[in-house]
Design a protein around this ligand. Structure first.
Ligand code: GDP
Ligand code: IMO
Ligand code: MG
Length: 422
């Protein structure tokens, strides 16, 4: 397999984890390069469900290596719990996991600040996962962050943490939030450091050696294009570059070593958290929720659902350089009689074909739809593209054409085997 960046082409939760697990069969190394445990990537193998937050979804395949790159913000306590949870279920986590010594760490004051900022935003809240992601990236940009290399040295960490605790406790107090117990934080983090030490290394050097040895890389994007800090529906975004370029800065692998970008998208659209969803549709949301689908893998919140938004995916194809697409959850539309696809937005009476940067303008956009007849038959047992109902095939081809990329994978269920390669 060529070195591939897998990126979410919508608002996250596109089914990236499932597709990563499927493709890892052909990869040597799976790399996470941004985001943190705000991500929730679901994989279903032989009816067993795994949800991964920080560990790359390649971990479930034997003899593959997983890397948490420098661009990730890592909560050590949460990572230890994730490792232990996997081990309890018989998944090997050992030499197959490497963690960048340059990755920034999420601390309890980041989580406290995330919660406080959300509360003070009132009805303008972002609807964050409250995992401390925004404040951790703030510290990184402000050059006050603590990194895995700091955590690995108890002496250095103790000193640096004390200074950061003083400052952040003063800040929390000024915001009316009870201060945190620095000693308890130090104890918990040093204990996590001991468990994580064997995994921590310079992953840039590791990845370059691997490339020299002819190994191939699969980058596992977290979140999605419209949650990107630069290209997303700002301010209703996360705090990292979720688009393809983020994979390079977040791993130290240069752009010319990337061969292919694969965009993952649902056959419809979902969004969890606040912010505009132009194609949102209450009846479709209700129908999908009634089937027990579209509840967040990290927070359990119900995702808002809507029709496929080709304005968004075309824009995603542009900013990510998407070559190929994987369409997931095609089976979610099996019982829908008339399927809509948004091909343009109408803004103040004028048709536009890209999402405006201004959030007020975006909120005023109305979808322009084309309609497709539904196929009205189950697809979850189909294993070959040619066996899909003709209308389902036409629909998948059409959304690839509207996105402007090559259709390469269609997924008809959460299971590994419910994946159709074209
Ligand atoms: P990610 O964050 O992009 O990895 O996606 P999530 O795991 O948060 O959400 C995707 C959800 O859709 C999960 O519950 C998956 O198990 C599920 N899923 C993925 N592909 C399919 C599919 O083709 N059909 C169905 N029914 N479920 C799918
Ligand atoms: P995966 O990798 C869907 C959303 C949150 C909120 C906004 C900011 O599973 O696709 P944050 O906690 O990052 O500051 O929240 O981004 N969000 C996600 N939505 N999937 C995700 O990850 C997300 N990670 C963050 O709901 O709207
Ligand atoms: Mg998810």
């Amino acid at each position: 397999m060529p070195n591939t960046i897998l990126t979410g082409a919508q608002w996250g939760d596109e089914g990236k984890g499932k597709i990563i697990d499927f493709l890892t069969d052909e990869a040597d190394i799976v790399v996470r390069s941004q985001g943190g445990n705000n991500a929730g990537h679901t994989i279903v193998i032989a009816e067993k469900k795994y949800v991964l937050h920080l560990i790359p979804s390649g971990i479930l395949r034997k003899s593959k290596t997983c890397v948490i790159g420098n661009g990730v913000v890592l909560d050590p306590i949460s990572l230890v719990a994730e490792i232990e949870g996997l081990r309890k279920r018989g998944v090997v986590v050992g030499k197959n996991l490497l963690i960048s010594d340059a990755a920034h760490i999420v601390l309890p004051y980041h989580r406290a600040l995330d919660g406080r900022h959300e509360a003070s935003r009132g009805k303008n809240k972002i609807g964050t996962t409250k995992r401390g992601i925004g404040p951790a990236y703030c510290d990184k940009a402000a050059r006050t962050g603590l990194r895995m290399c700091d955590l690995m040295s108890p002496e250095i960490f103790t000193k640096k943490l004390a200074a950061r605790m003083r400052e952040n406790n003063a800040l929390l107090k000024s915001l009316g939030v009870p201060p945190l117990n620095g000693r308890a934080v130090l104890k918990d983090y040093l204990a996590a450091a001991d468990l994580l030490r064997p995994f921590v290394t310079n992953t840039v050097v590791y990845l370059h050696k691997a490339l020299k040895a002819g190994k191939n890389l699969l980058f596992e994007g977290a979140q999605g294009t419209f949650l990107d800090i630069d290209h997303g529906t700002y301010p209703f975004v996360t705090s990292s570059n979720t688009t393809a370029a983020g994979a390079c800065t977040g791993s130290g692998v240069p752009p010319h070593r990337i061969d292919r970008v694969l965009g993952v998208m649902k056959a419809y659209t979902t969004r969890v958290g606040e912010g505009p969803l132009i194609t949102g549709d209450v009846a479709l949301s209700d129908a999908l929720h009634a089937m027990g689908r579209e509840f967040g893998a990290t927070t359990g919140r119900a995702r808002r659902c809507g029709w496929f938004d080709a304005v968004a995916t075309r824009y995603a194809a542009m900013v990510n350089g998407i070559d190929d697409i994987a369409i997931t959850n095609l089976d979610g539309l099996d019982a829908v009689a008339k399927i809509r696809v948004c091909t343009a937005y109408k803004l103040d009476g004028k048709k536009i074909d890209f999402p405006p940067a201004d959030p007020d303008a975006l909120a005023r956009c109305q979808p322009v739809y084309v309609e497709f007849p539904g196929w009205n038959s189950p697809t979850d047992m189909v294993r070959k593209f040619s066996d899909l109902p003709p209308r389902a095939r036409d629909y998948a081809r059409k959304i690839a054409e509207l996105t402007g990329a090559n259709l390469s994978i269609v997924s008809v269920g959460p299971g590994r085997e419910q994946t159709i390669r074209l």
